[in-house]
Design a protein around this ligand. Sequence first.
Ligand code: HEM
Length: 196
Amino acid sequence: MSVQTIPGYTYGTAEAARSPVSMEEFADLQKATMFTEEDVRYLRMAGEVLADQVEDILDLWYSWVGSQPHLVYYFSGPDGKPDMNYLQAVRRRFGQWILDTCNRPYDQDWLNYQQEIGLRHHRTKKNQTDGVRSVPHIPMRYLIAFIYPITSTIRPFLAKKGHSPEDVEKMHQAWTKSVIMQVALWCYPYTREGDW
Ligand code: HEM
C-alpha cells in the first residue's frame, strides 16, 4: 500500500500537528541521545534490512500486545473486546512508522509528525483518527516502558540479512537512539507547560 493511501497517515500534510519543539531544541535532544550522522547512515542500512520484514515485525509486536490484557485494553471498544478494525488501521501506520524511522530525514515534517503521534496516544487526539470509541488515553508510563520491547525485539530482524556483528550492533544502537528520542518528543502533550 502506498503512503498516500494509508488511512489517517497525515505525514507532511497541513493536517498534521505543528511541533512546539524548535529545531534548536531538537538538535540538543539529538546530542543528549548521542545521535549523530553515523546513526543516520545506519538507520538507512536498517531501512533496507527491515523493508521486507515489516509484516513479520508487526506480527510479533501485535501478538505480544494481544497477549497482555492490560495493553490490548487500549485498543478495546465499548464492549470491552479488542476493536479489530482499530487494531488493523493502526497496524498500517505502525508499519509505515518503521520505515519512516529508518528512511525519513529528521526535518520539520518529521518533528511535526512526532507531535501528531504523541497527541494520538494522549487524550487530546486518541481515537479521532480512526473514528473509534475506545479507551480515551494511554498512560505515559507505558510509552516509556515500551522502549524496551520496541528496541530489543528488533535486533534479530536486523541480524537476518547477513550483516557483520558490528553493523548489526550499530544499526541497533541507531534504532534505539531514535526510538528514545521519539518517545521523548511524544511525551510533550503529557507534560505541563514549561516542564517538557
Ligand atoms: C498508535 C508506535 C506505545 C497503543 C501508534 C502509532 C505508532 C505507534 C507508530 C501510529 C501513529 C500514526 O497514527 O501514524 C508506538 C511506539 C510506542 C508506542 C513506538 C512506544 C515505544 C504504545 C503503548 C500503547 C500504544 C504503550 C498502549 C498499549 C497505541 C494505540 C494507537 C497507537 C491505541 C492508536 C492511537 C489513535 O487512536 O490514533 N503507536 N506506540 N502505543 N498506539 Fe502506540
